[in-house]
Ligand binder design. Structure first.
Ligand SMILES: [Cu+2]
Length: 141
């Protein structure tokens, strides 16, 4: 019983498994555009949930899901994003993405965008992702 209690405490503390973030990028903005999109791949060894995102470069960051219905593209807000244990979850153009609203400045190719991702178990993970040109569809392989 004591062993179980120690384990339960450790799982919520600094030893909680981190979420690996890879392949992140953001798309450069056009002049006067105050929204931007960012993409990345998340992988949690034990399973986790992405619940919120913020950035010092944006007023608000939302999780969006792009959908196509009858040939019309739209975006829906998502409250959270579940990460199944050990499975990479890719955010990519045409699917789930991070939507940065009220950008405090434009994004130019070659710069970096700072993001803080908040997870239920892993806590906050901060990353800086490269900004790619306006027409980019992803990082070069
Ligand atoms: Cu969006």
């Amino acid at each position: 019983m004591i062993g179980f209690l120690l384990l339960a405490t450790a799982a919520r503390g600094a030893d909680a498994p981190a979420v690996a973030v890879s392949g992140g990028w953001a798309r450069a903005t056009l002049p006067h555009q105050d929204e931007a999109a960012a993409y990345l791949t998340l992988r949690s060894p034990g399973g986790d949930t992405l619940t919120a995102i913020d950035s010092p470069d944006a007023g608000m960051v939302m999780l969006h899901q792009s959908t196509q219905r009858n040939g019309v593209a739209s975006m829906q807000d998502m409250d959270s994003l579940a990460l199944p244990a050990g499975q990479p979850v890719a955010l990519a153009p045409g699917g789930t993405h991070l939507m940065l609203m009220d950008m405090k400045h434009g994004l130019k190719a070659g710069e970096t965008l700072r993001l803080s991702l908040h997870f239920t178990k892993a806590g906050t993970v901060s990353v800086a992702v490269p900004v790619l040109p306006v027409g980019a569809t992803g990082p070069a392989p």
